[in-house]
Design a protein around this ligand. Structure first.
Ligand code: TGC
Ligand code: FAD
Length: 391
């Protein structure tokens, strides 16, 4: 069990949400924790099997309503993300991309046919989704995307490349964002539901990652991919379409990254009490205690911010710049905590025997995806100054 929070953050959650949190924690500890170090080392993660099991647990699209989704509170979704990421960021990524990006895009912007066709199977983990926004030359600035969808009669024909796409090569369906305006107006960006067995679609896996190794990351290649008129997401026009989905996944990361931090801290407190240096436990030295106290403080502060954002989201009033505060804080501080914990573990900290360096390496990706720290700083600063400094 995780150590109790010194400020009893559990008292801020509903009993039902805590019950769900405990169920996710226990499932992940039993099912995923034992194998995760090896999956990370080999870079082989059984996505399809894991998706079915996570579907059975009810966490895929859990905060959506209808179509086989649980309709949980935002807070419960955040807590589930926290427990998933306490095992590995790759596990939380799977759930984020499936539920908050691919399923949410269909749920929020899709037609009734698209929803009925994909969502129940995706909620059960029988169909896997991916979300293709980033391109090789357009990551932080997706508005410049070059993937193009042209009309041909009633059909759409897609050409282009997406990069760094989680679950791309194992997905059954890809949500692909493409420009439809020859002038490149941001308002021309549309979303397409692309079954991955469509001719012209391929998804080579990206190898040699040193972070998020228990997760599949791929390129998407779209070469004259012909889709019927019904493949477009009717509700989404402009950059607002994909960015609205990012809000959902970023919210999950606010809680999720703190799970990785908690796991590092728990491991390190245990280690420091057992490890003897100069004849007595490492935990008894003031320098170690200062580090542990500071890291505990950051984790508690991070939880308070996450809980406040959860309250705002459950109340229906969470704004993008508020999510940016949480995403920036949780990822930055979780990475600092992981690195601080690594120093306390000494040489043992660099091995896979402990989860700390794996979390630290994963958090480098988490710091970057779903908007880099710099993008979130700019988003916060735009809200407080009224000046947009992105370009
Ligand atoms: P900007 O002019 O600010 O906005 C264009 C339109 O979008 C609206 N908008 C938003 N809508 C909803 N939510 C948000 N967060 C929004 N931010 C902006 C805005 O109101 C406007 O709408 P309209 O109707 O007036 O046209 O756009 P910009 O081009 O200046 O860009 C803003 C910026 C830089 C913040 C945005 O491009 C951005 O967030 N960039 C970061 C890209 C990013 O995060 N990519 C993530 C890809 S997916 C991923 O990483 C998955 S990782 C796997 C995992 O989660 O585990
Ligand atoms: P760039 O945009 O090239 O940024 C490089 C550096 O420049 C960063 O430090 C950035 O902060 C900084 N920078 C950029 N603009 C500014 C500015 N205006 N002012 C100051 N500094 C700036 N994308 C998807 O669409 N779907 C996915 O499923 C997905 N999964 C991912 C999984 C992993 C493991 C990783 C690592 C990435 C994934 N991504 C995914 C891509 C991710 O969203 C992008 O990597 C991210 O948005 C940053 O884009 P970039 O890597 O092109 O960096």
């Amino acid at each position: 069990m995780a150590p109790a929070s010194l400020i009893d953050t559990d008292s801020k959650f509903d009993p039902d949400d805590l019950e769900l949190r405990d169920a996710v924690r226990s499932f992940c500890d039993n099912r995923f924790r034992p194998g995760v170090s090896e999956w990370y080392e080999t870079g082989e993660f059984p996505v399809r099997e894991a998706a079915r099991e996570l579907g059975g647990l009810g966490v895929l699209g859990m905060h959506l309503t209808g179509y086989g989704c649980a309709g949980s509170s935002a807070m419960a979704y955040g807590l589930a993300c926290l427990e998933l990421e306490a095992v590995d960021s790759g596990l939380r990524s799977l759930v984020s991309v499936q539920g908050s990006l691919a399923m949410f895009a269909i749920w929020k912007w899709g037609s009734e046919e698209q929803k009925a066709h994909w969502l129940p199977r995706m909620a059960r983990g029988e169909a896997i989704g991916c979300f293709g926004l980033t391109e090789p030359d357009f990551g932080s600035n997706p508005g410049g995307m070059r993937t193009f969808a042209r009309r041909d009669g009633d059909d759409w024909v897609l050409n282009g490349n997406k990069m760094w796409i989680t679950n791309g090569s194992v997905a059954d369906v890809a949500i692909v964002w493409a420009q439809t305006s020859p002038q490149g107006d941001a308002s021309g960006i549309r979303g397409f539901v692309v079954p991955t067995d469509t001719a012209g679609f391929s998804a080579p896996q990206i190898k040699h990652k040193l972070s998020l190794r228990a997760s599949v990351t791929s390129e998407l290649v779209l070469d004259e991919v012909r889709l019927p008129a019904a493949a477009v997401l009717p509700g989404a026009a402009g950059l607002r379409g994909p960015l609205t989905c990012l809000n959902e996944a970023r919210f999950g990361i606010v809680f999720g990254a703190l799970g990785a931090a908690r796991d590092c801290l728990e491991t390190t407190i245990r280690y420091s009490r057992e490890r003897e240096v100069f004849g007595r436990p490492l935990a008894g030295y003031q320098l170690t205690q200062a580090k542990l106290a500071d890291m505990t403080l950051e984790l508690e502060k991070g939880m308070l911010l996450a809980i406040r954002l959860g309250e705002l989201k459950d109340g229906g009033g969470l704004k993008p710049e508020q999510i940016s505060l949480g995403k920036l804080n949780s990822t930055r501080e979780a990475l600092e905590i992981a690195r601080g914990c690594r120093t306390i573990l000494g040489a043992a900290g660099i091995t896979g025997e402990f989860p700390v360096m794996r979390h630290a390496n994963n958090l480098e990706s988490v710091l970057t995806y779903e908007g880099t720290s710099e993008i979130h700083q700019l988003s916060i600063a735009r809200a407080i100054t009224g000046h947009a400094a992105f370009n």
